[in-house]
Structures are given as structure tokens and as C-alpha cells.
Ligand binder design. Structure first.
Ligand code: WT7
Length: 652
């Protein structure tokens, strides 16, 4: 099937199954027919500013009204200019005088099985207290707060508290190493660190505080550190620098009115991989992000008052920011957070959680779906999943086999599937079926959100014909778009706006079929997608080369059944002998430098790397070798043919 010849693209080319929205689903949906969707989309793009302006007025609370809807000084956007609002207010305070006051905002389950529920009123109180804690530690508007925490309610509380006082959060996924934390802290000039003693993962304690201690040795801008007691293990607390969360909260007042913040107040930085070694701090701001995540959450998940919504993403990634926390709370929804692994204590954990809480909407990643398939249907079918009414995927393309399995085995053939395409940079979902309106095709993210104008262009920027692949660009600014790369306007302009002038370059290839359905064809640049998360080849290479034995390294993504792609590394040595010991040492070294998710599955030693005459590593050839394929592509630009033969015979 897939990947024998041309990879995923070939498979989807032959996909012709069409799944119309179930009649009952469409009948009660927010957008209930294709015609309605099309009218909405047309209205939204014919006069985007009126469209977004009206929504902003109706959907957000304004301390002071905005003037212009959009000030577009390409590539810099300002949305809802001059308005004053507050994201934390729009997620919490707006619900307090409504029946949602006592509605559950967050359902939480820890990996050991502990459970908590926070109503909107309780969450509001915790957020106000923690906002006062932040102030007492000297944090104010514009200060950057670095957060390295497990999936616990306090993580959401910390985010909302930052938003309440105009501090900028930079959340670092709990799998990153001390070096990676320090790099990010230094780039962002973080002032405060928040962490926990440890987190639970498959029954083991992840020593978060210990990792932070090492990171803070190299993070001179960080003055103080707040530590949540999650597991109760012993940690070292440095006098004057480190403070216990519970001790600070015990002293804090719960009176903290939300600050009236300018629409464009920076809300968060989230680091993601680009095609150079330096992580990019993607910057999002207040009002536009608030509106875009709120509206897309409502359109895509067709939220109803009694939904129990579960997105399995970690809050350390954009999916968690937008669709575990902000987009959901802005809609007054009930959002479920689970701390641990899907196979702890066994492979049935997710289905047990769905049954226990009556989850109605389930949003996860294709890599997880492939793991569920491998673990076997029994784990799924032995639970009562009849509460589910909608399923979603995100992070990478879903192969049609996995789509069909998800539809049948999890969704009982009654739940629409929303395959949502978007990026850290886009803030929210850009293309996805509206589940009551758009018939789905397995493997396609279908059609754009209201206000979004995608185009497929060739390398010279001209639109390509229907059915042909090309670069996916977005032709109009949208409220949730990134506002820049933290501290690097040049890189922002170069990376996203120069290649195709006037349009946002997504970095993905795609094609659009005759029905106007989009099919994502993977990244253009040297970025690997491991388990739905971007890793830059160059970061892995830099980590390898920083080891004294390594002269040169090339990292590529090769096909992997479970993870989508796995990292394969080709290494030439400066000194010493190739050995199993060195291979393990290099893997360990990458873990230390970046984190576990970047560790290459294969490390191959070679005498030289295939390069063009201008010295560029020919990754395409390495990919073929890593996947055990004959190179059928063009090798005429290869500088030294003998390299290929010796690479093929390199062992792994
Ligand atoms: C890249 C963005 C969006 C949150 C998680 C990842 C790939 C994402 C899909 C999808 C095909 C997808 C793209 C995109 N991607 N969703 N539904 N179908 N590809 O965020 O780390 O910023 O990665 O993930 O290549 O550009 P991210």
C-alpha cells in the first residue's frame, strides 16, 4: 500500500471514499450543510475585516473598543487596533454571572488515578491567586515566564495567570533537556521559572526540578523559580531563588481584577523547529489569538453546552495551548486533561477515561492512532464508548487505513472525523471539515476555515492547476497568525514572507482536488515530523557534531510505522573507531542536548556523506538508503559516486 513507491502522496491519490456528515449530526450542528459552509466562507473572505470585526465585537469582552480591525504593514499585522481586552477575563470572568459559574471547566486525571474537577468559579479563584503570586515575585506586563511542568491543572492556572497580568508565557514541553530549556530561557530572556518537583510518566517520576536546576545554571536572566509539589519527592530548594507553589498560594489574595491589555499585548512564545539550528520563538498576541481559537474551536468541534471534550495533546505544544486551554475555556466548555501515558498502567487507559467521564469529543494524533491499532481492538471494544459523537486528528497527515480504523473501531461508524491541518505559527486550525457540513475523504483535511484563503503555488509563486502538488501558502492575514519570531524580525520576514511575495509560506506541500479538497503532502524543508511534532534536522546534526568524536553529521527522517517518521543519522568520525558503544554514546548525547524525542533510531557510521558539488548534503539519497530503497532519483549532481555504495554497506 503506502510508501512502496512514492510514499503517502500515492496512497491518497487513489482515495475516493466520501463520508457525508451523519444526518442527525448535521441536523443539530452549528453549520449544518455544505451550502451553509460555502456561504459563510464566501462572506468571510469577500470582506474579511467586516467579518472578523463583527465577531470580535460580539465574542470578546472589551474594556475599551478597538478602532481599525486590521492594520497590515506586511508582514506585520495588528488586529483590533487600540482595543483593550484580557484573555483570562474572556476565558473566566465572562462565565461567572452565567449558569456556567458552577460548570466544570477542567476535569483532570493524574496518571496514578487521582482525579480533580475545577468549576469556572474555582478556576477563576486559583488564577486570581496565582496572578497575585506572580506580581509578588516581581513579574509584570511584558515579563517572560518560562514554564516546565507536567500536565496538571496548575499548568493551565499558570498560563491564565500570566495572561491576566500581561506576562508572556513560554511553555517548554516536559520532554526537553536542561540545555534546551536554557537555550529557550536565554532567547526569551525569561525572568521567572515555574516547574514541579516531578511528573508521572508510565509509573516513573520525571525529575523536572532536577532538570530545571541544571537549566538555571545556564539561564542568567531567570531570577526566581516556583515549584509545585506534584509527586512529593525530595528536591533541592535554593534559598532566595526557589519557592513552593502551595506556600505562596496560601498567602495570596484572590482579588485580582484582569488588566485591560492592548489587543496586541504579547501572550506567549512557543518554540518550534525551523530549518536552521536555532529554535524559533513563535510569538502570539492577545485579542486576535483569543478570537481565532475561540471561533475555530466552536466551528470545528461543533461545541454543545454538555460536551465533555478531550484533547490528548500536551499543553507544551500549540495544540494544548489552543485546544486544551484557551479555545475551550473561551467557549465555556468542559476540557479534560490527563497527565500520563496512554499505556499506563495498560493499553486501555484512554478508553477507560472516555468511558469514565462520558467523553463526547476526542481529539488525538495519528501517531497515537497507529499505536492503538497495534495494541489491538480489544482494548477499545471492551469499553463503552457510546458517549463519543465527534473525533479529531492533528499533527500530521493520517493514512487512510488509520482513518478507517478510527472511524470504525473508536467512532462506531457514527462519529464524523475532523482532520485538522494547522501549525504553531497559525495559532489555530486552518483547514478542517466542519463536521455537520463538509463530507470527509480519508486523508484530506478538506476545506479552509472561514476567513482563510489557501493557495497552491509553484516555485515561482504562480498558482498551480487543480490536482497538482505545490507549495501551500495563505493569501490573507488572519487574526490567529503569528506576529513574528521573538527578537528576530528579519528571520520572520525571510522565512515566511519572502519566498512567495505577499503570501504566508506554510512550509508544507499540498494539492487541491477538483472538489476543492486539500491534501497535505508533507514539509518542503528539512524538518522531520516525529509523532506529530516538528524536529529540525539541523538541530539534531548540531547536537551530534558537538560530540568530540564526530566530524560531520546528517540527519534525515525515514518512514516509521508508528511515529510517522523516525530520525536516522549518518555520521563521519573525527577520531576513534565506529562501535556499538559510540553509537549508544551518541544517542545519549542527543538526549542530553535536545531531549528524548530527538534521539536517532539509527546511527550509521560512514567515511563520507553524499554531497552536491556546492557542498550541500543530498538528504534525498540518504533517505532512500535509510529506508533500504534503491536510489531512483537524479544523482547527477552527486560529487562522488562511490559514496553511495559505501553508505549502503554501512551497518545498522
Ligand atoms: C506541521 C506543523 C498543528 C499542531 C501540531 C503540530 C504537520 C499538522 C496536519 C494534518 C497533515 C499536518 C504539517 C504542519 N501537520 N497537522 N492534519 N495533516 N499534516 O504543530 O509542530 O507546528 O507542526 O505539522 O506539516 O506544517 P507543528
Amino acid at each position: 500500500m503506502a510508501n512502496e513507491s512514492g510514499g503517502r502522496i500515492d496512497t491518497v491519490m487513489h482515495e475516493s471514499r466520501l463520508f457525508p456528515p451523519p444526518t442527525e449530526f448535521a441536523a443539530s450542528a452549528l453549520v449544518g450543510s455544505l451550502a451553509e459552509y460555502e456561504a459563510l466562507w464566501r462572506r468571510s473572505t469577500d470582506d474579511a475585516e467586516t467579518f472578523w470585526g463583527e465577531l470580535a465585537k460580539n465574542e470578546l469582552h472589551w474594556f475599551e473598543p478597538f478602532g481599525e480591525v486590521l492594520r497590515w504593514n506586511e508582514p506585520f499585522a495588528e488586529w483590533f487596533v487600540g482595543g483593550k481586552t484580557n484573555l483570562s477575563y474572556n476565558c473566566l470572568d465572562v462565565h461567572l454571572d452565567t449558569p456556567r459559574r458552577d460548570k466544570t471547566a477542567i476535569i483532570w486525571e493524574g496518571e496514578p488515578g487521582d482525579q480533580r474537577r475545577l468549576s469556572y468559579a474555582e478556576l477563576h479563584e486559583e488564577v486570581c491567586k496565582f496572578a497575585n503570586v506572580l506580581r509578588s515575585l516581581g513579574v509584570g506586563t511584558g515579563d517572560v515566564v518560562s514554564i516546565y511542568m507536567p500536565m496538571v491543572p496548575e499548568l493551565a492556572i499558570a498560563m491564565l495567570a500570566c495572561a491576566r497580568i500581561g506576562a508572556v508565557h513560554s511553555i517548554i514541553f516536559g520532554g526537553f533537556s536542561a540545555t534546551a530549556i536554557a537555550d529557550r530561557n536565554n532567547d526569551a530572556k525569561a525572568k521567572l521559572q515555574i516547574t514541579a518537583d516531578a511528573g508521572w510518566r508510565r509509573g516513573k517520576q520525571l525529575p523536572l526540578k532536577e532538570t530545571v536546576d541544571a537549566a538555571l545554571e545556564e539561564s542568567p536572566t531567570v531570577e526566581k523559580c516556583v515549584v509545585l509539589r506534584r509527586v512529593g519527592c525530595d528536591v533541592t530548594m535554593r534559598e532566595g531563588r526557589d519557592f513552593w507553589w502551595d506556600e505562596l498560594m496560601a498567602e495570596a489574595s484572590d482579588d485580582c481584577p484582569a488588566e485591560a491589555l492592548d489587543s496586541e499585548t504579547p501572550l506567549f512564545i512557543l518554540y518550534t523547529s525551523g530549518s536552521t539550528g536555532k529554535p524559533k520563538g513563535i510569538k502570539h498576541t492577545t485579542a486576535g489569538y483569543n478570537l481565532y481559537t475561540k471561533m475555530t474551536a466552536r466551528w470545528v468541534f461543533d461545541l454543545k453546552e454538555d460536551d465533555v471534550y478531550w484533547c490528548t495533546a500536551d499543553i507544551g505544544w500549540i495544540t494544548g495551548h489552543s485546544y486544551v486551554v484557551y479555545g475551550m475555556l473561551a467557549n465555556g466548555a468542559t476540557t479534560l486533561m490527563y497527565e500520563g501515558a496512554p499505556n499506563a498502567p495498560d493499553e486501555g487507559r484512554f478508553w477507560e477515561i472516555i468511558e469514565r467521564y462520558g467523553v463526547t469529543i476526542f481529539y488525538t494524533a495519528p501517531t497515537a492512532i497507529r499505536a492503538f491499532m497495534k495494541w489491538g481492538d480489544d482494548w477499545v471494544t471492551k469499553r463503552d464508548l457510546s458517549s463519543l459523537r465527534l473525533l479529531g486528528t492533528v499533527g500530521e497527515g493520517i493514512n487512510p487505513e488509520a482513518w478507517i480504523w478510527y472511524h470504525k473501531t473508536v467512532g462506531g461508524e457514527r462519529c464524523p472525523i475532523v482532520d485538522t491541518w494547522w501549525q504553531t505559527e497559525t495559532g489555530g486550525i486552518m483547514m478542517s471539515p466542519l463536521p455537520g457540513a463538509i463530507p470527509t475523504k480519508p486523508g484530506s483535511c478538506t476545506k479552509p476555515m472561514p476567513g482563510i484563503v489557501p493557495q497552491i503555488v509553484s516555485e515561482d509563486g504562480t498558482p498551480v492547476d487543480t490536482g497538482f502538488g505545490g507549495m501551500l501558502v495563505i493569501a490573507k492575514p488572519w487574526p490567529g497568525m503569528l506576529r513574528g519570531i521573538w527578537g528576530d524580525n528579519d528571520r520572520y520576514r525571510k522565512q515566511y514572507w519572502e519566498e512567495v511575495p505577499g503570501k504566508y509560506l506554510t512550509g508544507d506541500n499540498a494539492r487541491c482536488d477538483a472538489d476543492g479538497y486539500y491534501w497535505i503532502m508533507g514539509r518542503i524543508d528539512d524538518v522531520i515530523n516525529v509523532s506529530g511534532h516538528r524536529l529540525s534536522t539541523i538541530e539534531v546534526e548540531s547536537a551530534l557534531v558537538s560530540h568530540p568524536a564526530v566530524a560531520e553529521a546528517a540527519a534525515i527522517g525515514r518512514h516509521d510505522e508508528l511515529k510517522g517518521q523516525a530520525v536516522a543519522a549518518f555520521v563521519t568520525l573525527r577520531s576513534g573507531e565506529a562501535s556499538e558503544e559510540l553509537r549508544q554514546e551518541l544517542k545519549h548525547h542527543v538526549r542530553e542536548e535536545i531531549g528524548a524525542m530527538a534521539v536517532p533510531d539509527d546511527v550509521r557510521f560512514t567515511n563520507s556523506l553524499p554531497k552536491t558539488r556546492s557542498g550541500k548534503i543530498m538528504r534525498r539519497l540518504l533517505r532512500d538508503i535509510a529506508e533500504g530503497k534503491e536510489s531512483v532519483g537524479d544523482t547527477t549532481t552527486l560529487e562522488d559516486y562511490s559514496v553511495l555504495a559505501s553508505l549502503r554497506s554501512s551497518d545498522e
